[in-house]
Write a protein that binds this ligand. Structure first.
Ligand code: ADP
Ligand code: MG
Length: 333
């Protein structure tokens, strides 16, 4: 059966026409013509592997453009690699197309991938293509490389370490609220900036090496700053103290905050919202200066947001007083 752009696209046509071009230049992919991909062993390197899935209606909205969805899918995975200090190498993709995904939708999806592949210097190594009567479900496995034995973990934070966050916190959360029409009175350019950050996170790939060289422990911030600091606290067996007033904010998030009566509660909302795709890490205080100097050269933002203490869990404070944060972030059942 031939299926032109109007007919329901087939699996093999999708692979050949949309995905094969994304594998070009990567011998690992074997032209997407084999049963497997083959990556050469790299002496001195560790292969870092991470997988994240996006489900329509849960991680993106049914009317989100699919090129942006594709880029978000890639970026949420690259964010995990950055958090561990790994450089992007390649990726595998599993797509379960829903009935609404015709040729135009699939083409837009592949276009988004092509755009970000070029941006991050990676290629598609392989994957699987199926269809589903359910919601569009996309899963991506990203492969990264890091010097052997140097891949960061959530474990390793020690009392006295500083807690650092990259970029800005809360934009993804506010962006989702903006798209739902829940943010009244905010200027259009701020609403647009926030929605943009929700649709298209900025993985901190440019900071991966720096974080790897300085951090004692690290985590990707995707569930919410408080929840992800909680992961570091738990794995390291320490308590993380977060000073909410220090959390870095974009101009748009600041404009939202300025309109709130209870600044402590509003900052807690930002620190508990998900979809930041920043990196949280701990660093020995004597390394902070060198870290800040190196970061200044990279053009990336790093902010000390708290410190590590003895104990367990995360303590969020506003101007020194404890603030309740509940479960601290998003959790799937
Ligand atoms: P299998 O029969 O093992 O499922 P397929 O026929 O699905 O194999 O896959 C054939 C080739 O196409 C393989 O190289 C596979 O990696 C590639 N491929 C299939 N789907 C995708 C996808 N969504 N992204 C990238 N490569 C894919
Ligand atoms: Mg298959």
């Amino acid at each position: 059966m031939t299926s032109g752009p109007e007919a329901r696209p087939g699996e093999f046509e999708t692979i050949a026409r949309l995905f094969r071009p994304l594998a070009e230049g990567a011998p690992e992919a074997r032209g997407l013509l084999d049963d497997v991909a083959v990556a050469p062993f790299r002496p001195g390197c560790d292969l870092v592997i991470t997988q994240d899935a996006l489900v329509e209606g849960v991680h993106f909205l049914a009317d989100d453009p699919l090129d942006t969805v594709a880029r978000k899918l890639l970026r949420v995975n690259l964010s995990d690699l950055a958090a561990k200090g790994a450089e992007p190498y390649g990726y595998l993709l599993s797509a379960a197309w829903s009935p609404r995904c015709g040729w135009a939708e699939r083409e837009a999806f592949a276009r988004g991938l092509a755009q970000d592949q070029a941006r991050y210097g990676i290629a598609l190594f392989g994957g699987d293509t199926v269809s589903t009567p359910g919601p569009l479900t996309l899963s991506l496995t990203a492969l990264g490389l890091a010097p052997h034995g140097r891949v960061l973990s959530r474990k390793g934070a020690r009392p006295g370490d500083a807690v650092v966050a990259t970029g800005t916190i809360g934009d993804g959360h506010l962006g989702l609220r903006a798209l739902r029409g829940e943010l009244e009175g905010l200027a259009p350019e701020h609403l647009e900036a926030l929605a943009g950050r929700y649709r298209l996170p900025e993985p901190r790939t440019g900071l991966a090496t720096l974080v790897r060289e300085h951090a004692t422990a690290s985590a990707d911030i995707s569930d919410g700053l408080v929840a992800d600091l909680g992961h570091i606290a738990e794995a390291s067996g320490v308590r993380l103290v977060l000073d909410l007033e220090r959390t870095p904010r974009s101009a748009a998030a600041q404009a939202w905050l300025d309109r709130r009566d209870d600044a402590g509660a509003a900052l807690a909302e930002l620190a508990c919202g998900g979809d930041d795709y920043e990196v949280a890490f701990t660093v020995k205080p004597e390394r902070l200066e060198a870290l800040q100097r190196a970061a200044a050269g990279s053009g990336e933002r790093l902010t000390v947001v708290g410190h590590v203490a003895e104990g367990r869990g995360v303590e969020a404070r506003f101007q020194g007083a404890a603030v309740a944060t509940g479960r601290g972030g998003w959790r799937h059942d």
